[in-house]
Design a protein around this ligand. Structure first.
Ligand code: CTP
Ligand code: ZN
Length: 154
């Protein structure tokens, strides 16, 4: 590590979300419902150099685990993220998020006349046409959602 690099502290117990696409850390933080008022140690690193991704963001949260709904949402905003579970300073589990080909019930269709927005409740369903840039196509009305359409819902 060169002198110009600044290493962010390791955490003792908690979760490190690494390899977040550069610029999306605050969206991840929002998905987790973090306001900054929690009495936890947290680190948010934005646009740090990454060999794999060019630049990446990292979110480290002491004393917090993620549930599957949070992981599914993170896969939409950060499709290359890895989730590291830390116990006593060691990575005890590493999970690469994966965007499924079909996404159900995580994001809503933005077409107001789509059947999923009618009075009869029908769950949302999208096919992933492209991961990067993100393109989701509604199974029911064919409406196309881009990443920004999903971010505004999270
Ligand atoms: N980490 C941390 N605190 C620890 C252990 C690890 O904050 N006690 C962080 C590291 O800084 C890194 C991530 O968790 O951002 C994953 O750690 P590790 O698997 O050791 O790093 P790499 O081998 O670089 O991970 P990868 O192969 O996923 O790039
Ligand atoms: Zn629709």
């Amino acid at each position: 590590m060169s002198e110009e690099e600044l290493r962010v502290s390791k955490i003792k117990y908690g979760t490190v979300i690494d390899h977040i696409s550069g610029g999306y850390a605050l969206d991840v933080v929002k998905i987790l419902g973090i306001t900054g008022k929690e009495k936890r140690i947290m680190t948010i690193a934005i646009n740090v150099p990454s060999k794999q991704l060019g630049t990446k963001d990292i979110v480290k949260i002491e004393g917090r685990a993620l549930n599957s709904e949070e992981v599914n949402k993170i896969a939409i905003v950060a499709p290359h993220a890895s989730i590291n579970i830390i116990k006593n300073y060691s990575v005890v589990e590493k999970l690469e998020v994966k965007l499924p080909q079909i996404i159900t019930d995580i994001v809503k269709c933005i077409n107001p006349v789509c059947i999923t927005n009618s009075d009869e409740p029908v769950g949302s369903k999208f096919s992933v046409e492209s991961v990067e840039p993100l393109i989701l196509k509604c199974h029911y009305c064919g409406y196309v959602l881009e990443k920004n359409d999903t971010l505004s819902q999270m």
